[in-house]
Design a protein around this ligand. Structure first.
Ligand code: DUC
Ligand code: ZN
Ligand code: ZN
Length: 498
């Protein structure tokens, strides 16, 4: 073999196994796994120093270059993906948003343009459907699949984004027919709007009332409704950013009944509590996201329960970065509501946290190293399942002959290097991290993308250049799809007949 890279002295960890062996790499792809590979002349050798070699992280839910209606994204494609590499993520799937009244494909092309030549890690998009007209459902969903986008996201909340139940069914039926996965943001928008109006009238405008305005039952109701809609159509569905115990259990119940339902959660729901939103001054705005971080630590435990028992399929960052400070170093005006003191406002605080840099180290540290999940489960959650669900497997998400040579290498148990998370060590474009001051028990020592070292923790440097990242044309999910039966279809009903 004419390897150009061999990684020696590591434990290769996949979702199935782990084994001490070398990895032979040629032209950015894995060629073989074997012990004592002979080293050809001119071949680069990387010493894993007895550490764990895991597949490069796949973060399948990030917002990059996607601004909110009231705030600019703090990341462009270079800074966002630089942050990803610096935290062990080598592939991201971001979003392209259809504008209401417009077609989907032009949005996909426009978002693709933002990333092309700028990304440092490999990437793809999900399409957010905000206006599922007959034409979109009939013509554009198949076009997405041809283009290599095999998942759509829909919202049950936000005036500019939300779909009603009928529109959700239209999308689910089209998605089922094309074999693609529908991601759902499940929160009941009417309850949120009703509560928000009353809170504001009662002067309850402080940042932490963001959480008051979206209580858990807002998520529970919408989750159960979404699950019912999925069942009517017998369509695969992923509930995104699940925040609490009840919604987790609703998903598990559907899975137990054999439905093709998938769950996603994020580090902040596993590790943070709503207290963070009550920080002095306006600091609580740094932890405003939707669904909100919950107040009961038992909800964190409920999330860990779902992470360890298989309810959650993927663990993504939901990186949605908005700067806290403006260009002059002041608290960002974008967070302010006119005529309301800075510490008394939640409605205009953009929903989202930066998290692309910290997802993988937090899961390794608080999941594996604290004994909550196995290394195999870590690989599933951090890489493999997202690659399978979104049609990138086994190119991404595992280490086997033919896979891209993407690796995130952690230190051995004896050589672990605990450290404190601080904003100044992260490589994203956002100006804060919600995890400031939190300890991690290790950090990826080396990150490799298609055979190139792209991050070295020794010097905390990202070594890739803008444009190193490649667009991934995705195929269909390889996880279970429709069951082909549905109680809702008795009496000969066919969801695909118009
Ligand atoms: N939904 C997301 O998916 N991300 C950020 C905020 C939101 O509402
Ligand atoms: Zn969402
Ligand atoms: Zn999101």
């Amino acid at each position: 073999f004419n390897f150009d890279l061999i990684i020696k002295n590591g434990v290769v960890v996949t979702a199935a196994d782990e084994t001490e062996c070398d990895i032979g790499v040629k032209d950015g792809a894995v060629v073989c796994l074997a012990r004592n590979l002979p080293i050809p002349e001119g071949c680069k050798v990387i010493d894993a120093e007895g550490g764990y070699i895991t597949p490069g992280g796949v973060d399948s839910h990030v917002h990059i270059g996607q601004s909110a209606s009231n705030a600019r994204s703090a990341d462009d494609w270079t800074t966002g993906t630089r942050g990803a590499l610096g935290g062990g993520t080598t592939t991201v799937v971001a979003f392209a948003v259809q504008a209401k009244g417009k077609k989907v494909m032009p949005a996909v092309e426009a978002y693709y343009e933002l990333a092309d030549g700028k990304a440092m890690c490999d990437y793809s998009f999900h399409a957010i459907i905000t206006d599922p007209t007959e034409e979109v459902v009939r013509d554009e969903v198949p076009k997405l699949v041809d283009f290599g986008i095999t998942s759509v996201k829909v919202y049950m909340t936000y005036p500019l984004m939300k779909l009603d139940d009928k529109q959700m069914l239209d999308i689910l039926a089209a998605a089922r027919q094309q074999g693609i996965t529908t991601m759902v943001h499940a929160e009941n928008s009417e309850i949120i709007n009703w509560m928000t109006d009353r809170l504001l009238k009662q002067g309850m405008t402080e940042v932490w009332h963001h959480g008051t305005s979206r209580p858990q039952l807002v998520e529970d109701e919408a989750t159960n409704r979404a699950l019912a809609l999925a069942e009517v159509v017998d369509a695969p569905m992923l509930l995104v950013h699940v925040s609490a115990k009840e919604a987790t259990r609703a998903i598990r119940k559907s899975q137990t009944r054999g439905m093709p339902i998938y769950g996603e959660t994020c580090p902040h729901y596993a590790l943070l509590t709503a207290e963070k939103m009550e920080a002095p001054g306006f600091e609580g705005a740094k932890c405003v996201c939707a669904p909100p971080i919950r107040s009961d630590p038992l909800d964190n435990e409920g999330i860990w329960e779902g992470l360890s028992n298989g309810t959650f399929t993927v663990f993504s960052s939901d990186h949605a970065p908005y700067n806290y400070h403006d260009e002059k170093g002041k608290q960002a005006s974008l967070y302010r509501q006119p005529n309301v003191p800075a510490d008394r406002q939640f409605k205009n605080t953009p929903n989202g946290l930066p998290g692309i840099c910290t997802r993988t180290p937090l899961l390794w540290s608080y999941g594996v190293l604290k004994g909550r999940i196995s290394r195999q489960r870590f690989v599933e959650l951090n890489s493999s399942n997202a690659a399978k669900l979104y049609g990138m497997y086994p190119k991404k998400g595992t280490i086997q002959p033919g896979s891209d040579a993407d690796f995130t290498i952690f230190r051995s148990d004896a050589a672990r290097k605990p450290s404190i998370i601080t904003q100044d060590r992260l490589h994203h474009g956002a100006d804060y991290t919600p995890y400031e001051g939190m300890e991690v028990l290790d950090w990826p020592r080396l990150v490799i993308l298609r055979g190139q070292v792209v991050y070295d923790d020794e010097t905390n440097t990202v070594l890739a250049e803008a444009g190193t990242g490649q667009w991934i044309k995705r195929g269909l999910s390889t996880l279970p799809g429709p069951r082909g039966t549905s109680k809702a279809w008795m009496n000969g009903f066919d969801p695909h007949k118009i």
